[in-house]
Design a binder for this molecule. Structure first.
Ligand SMILES: [Zn+2]
Length: 690
């Protein structure tokens, strides 16, 4: 769960409302509410008084994935009592700290708290923590001077595998500061050996050389980071913050240990498994594996019961590291337990357009082929930009940086026998040059909501936009030797779109032809009139369908070997009625050659239900490659969970799968494991071309 909007605090809440979706499964279900538990934050973020801070939002997100609870307080609401509620306090980015805030933060650190301050910090705060105020240093070139913060090996050793060796981050500028010299320290606490200010990490450059600039300073009062902390790469950054939270938050140690322990018993969990019997089944294996690492049940039990002595950090961290290794081994065992298939679509979506290794499509394709994948769907087109030189759209910035991505990817795919499908984000003009977006708006071609909000999305009913979408998809299909073209965002932005002037006029005509009646004020009449709403939904779906049909007709004429596919919403017919995405109609009209609904979930019951329903709707007309959410906004899976969902697509009768989404991290996380199991043999794609 997460808070919505700006809650006024639990103490002011009288009632909770719990809303439950039925996930379009029309069967009676039971819901048991076991408890409502308030989480105690391990780390408190102090943000600007306007409360808008994307750095902090991203850090909170990655910490949540690492099971660390956080809380946010605005600088203007800072009090000693609020600070005392968290063992660690971080000031991720502050333009200006007030005198009162500085005093409160120093007081917090001097009374047993641990303070993490970053980037531009006032001299007073720096000196109070034991650091000299630093100087602003600009990188000569981003990606060359400051690319990695490398920790002191002694510190890494102290954390026993919990702290990463380095934090990759390309900073364009830093505050280069140093610890106070011994003779400058007047604070008796800081004068003690264990608390003495020192450098915890140094900046390294792109050649792997240590620079003269400290990246992170440490003292008994806390840390100073020389730049704002980016949230990526997420694992390293989360591990770093979590290490220091664990050092100072004893209840977090207990929670984390239990979390990790419980997670072991979910490894390899299938739809048909009963969690209780599964647990009893796995326990002997877990104990045997831990026994090999010299942990006896007599040692393990007190740790799990939370009996972790304050001085026992080493014991704790070693156990945590061993649990993690056991989990890794168990995941590998599950993945290896699956057999392979001879005919199957094994695809990935790749969102950046540059492959897993930007500038090196050869490596991406080589690794995919080695892991027996047979295709890739790459996002090379947006509503207003292209990763190649297009006659219709301006260049995407990645094209300017890395060159023609379609040409590079298609050459590499050909070399390694992979199908390349060019993914177009239709309508949506994110990642598109501002001038193009402005031009489209000026020409009245962008979507407007019921409430009058302007959106950077092309309006699907505008005849010029329909032509543009079709022209661009045909351009890439005919200029390059690609296996296919792939629709995405092939819909309206939401139920409240589109009410632009063009839509009012065009729908007005349609409505008049259907009913003989005229609409005077669409927005007002739409709100009251069910017939108008129904016809509007149907008309919207017709606009989107016209584009899919237009692409099909021209592909048949100009490049019949090219396959047409689409990423679609899983919840049909809702997506037809709300956003105009009538994919079932497209399937049965022969407009698509295969289809990839975005079935991202870690809940196997839900996944099973979605895939079953989709297979029924498609009725064997074209292959279904369900989208598996290895890493998406709504799901984050372990490799064993991905392997299990792949197996489910097979058991249910789908013809392949599409993993969301490919990048260096996800590819390396699963490629070897899938190759040892569900992808152990090469597979050919189903013959889905008429
Ligand atoms: Zn419109």
């Amino acid at each position: 769960m997460r808070p919505e909007g700006k809650p006024i605090g639990l103490k002011s809440v009288d009632t909770f409302r719990i809303a439950i979706y039925n996930n379009s499964v029309n069967t009676d279900s039971k819901v048991r509410l076991l408890a409502l538990v308030a989480q105690k934050p391990s780390i408190l973020f102090v943000v600007e008084s306007n409360g808008d801070d994307s750095y902090t939002d991203n850090l909170i997100k990655i910490l949540k994935q690492a099971h660390v609870a956080s809380m946010v307080v605005k600088q203007s609401e800072l009090t000693a009592e609020v600070l005392k509620s968290a063992p660690v306090v971080m000031v991720p980015y502050q333009e200006k700290l007030s005198k009162e805030s500085i005093a409160l933060l120093l007081n917090y650190a001097k009374n047993g708290g641990f303070l993490i301050a970053a980037y531009t910090m006032p001299g007073e705060l720096m000196e109070g923590m034991g650091f000299a105020k630093g100087n602003y240093v600009r990188a000569k070139k981003v990606g060359e001077d400051f690319v990695k913060m490398v920790f002191d090996p002694k510190l890494v050793e102290y954390f026993d595998g919990l702290l990463p060796e380095a934090l990759p981050q390309q900073s364009h500028n830093i505050i280069s500061a140093n610890p106070l010299e011994a003779n400058q320290i007047t604070d008796s606490f800081l004068a003690q050996e264990a608390n003495r200010p020192r450098v915890a990490a140094w900046w390294y450059d792109a050649n792997g050389n240590k620079t003269e600039h400290a990246a992170i300073l440490q003292s008994g009062y806390g840390l100073f980071l020389s730049h704002v902390l980016y949230a990526s790469p997420t694992k390293e950054k989360a591990d770093f913050l979590r290490s220091f939270c664990l050092l100072h938050d004893h209840s977090l140690r207990k929670e984390l240990l239990l979390d990790q322990w419980r997670e072991l018993f979910t490894v390899g969990m299938r739809l048909e498994d009963n969690p209780r019997t599964k647990r009893a089944e796995i326990l002997p294996d877990v104990l045997a594996r831990l026994g090999q690492k010299h942990w006896t049940p007599q040692q393990i039990l007190p740790l799990l019961q939370g009996d972790i002595p304050v001085s026992g950090f080493h014991n704790f961290s070693r156990f945590l590291a061993d649990l993690s290794q056991v989990k890794t081994d168990m995941i590998a065992k599950v993945c290896r337990s699956f057999g392979s298939k001879k005919v199957e679509g094994r695809l990935w979506w790749e969102h950046s357009g540059t492959g897993a290794y930007p500038g090196d499509w050869d490596r991406t394709c080589k690794e995919l082929a080695e892991a027996n994948f047979n295709g890739i769907v790459v996002n090379m087109l947006w509503g207003g930009s292209a990763h190649y030189k297009s006659d219709f759209l301006p260049p995407h910035r990645k094209y300017l940086e890395y060159g023609d991505q379609v040409a590079q990817a298609s050459a590499a795919c050909k070399k390694y026998g992979l199908e390349l499908h060019i993914w177009k984000v239709n309508f949506n003009m994110l990642s598109s040059p501002k001038e193009f977006v402005d031009q489209m708006r000026k020409e009245g071609r962008t979507q407007v909501s019921l409430a009058g909000e302007e959106k950077d999305w092309l309006c699907p009913s505008h005849p010029e936009n329909q032509k543009l979408e079709i022209n661009v998809m045909l351009e890439v299909a005919t200029k390059y030797p690609v296996a296919g073209i792939h629709f995405d965002y092939i819909r309206y932005d939401g139920g409240n779109y589109c009410f632009c002037d063009g839509c009012k006029e065009r729908f007005g005509k349609f409505y008049f032809e259907k009913t003989g009646k005229k609409i005077v004020n669409l927005i007002e009449e739409y709100k009251k009139d069910d017939t108008i709403r129904e016809l509007f939904a149907q008309w919207k779906a017709d606009q989107v369908t016209a584009i899919v049909r237009g692409v099909r007709e021209r592909v048949n004429r100009e490049c019949p070997q090219v396959k047409i596919s689409a990423a679609v919403f899983r919840d049909y017919p809702n997506c037809r009625d709300v956003v105009g995405q009538d994919w079932v109609k497209w399937v049965h009209a022969g407009y698509l050659d295969f289809i990839c609904p975005m079935d991202y979930t870690t809940d196997l019951n839900v996944f099973d239900n979605w895939v079953r329903t989709q297979l029924e709707l498609i009725g064997g007309k074209i292959p279904l490659y369900p989208g598996i959410g290895l890493y998406s906004s709504s799901s984050r899976q372990r490799p064993d969970q991905t392997a299990i969902q792949i197996d489910m697509t097979r058991q249910l009768g789908a013809q392949g799968y599409t993993i969301f989404s490919l990048n260096k991290t996800t590819l390396n996380e699963v490629k070897d494991l899938l190759k040892q199991g569900p992808n152990q043999n090469q597979a050919t794609l189903p013959h889905n071309k008429k």
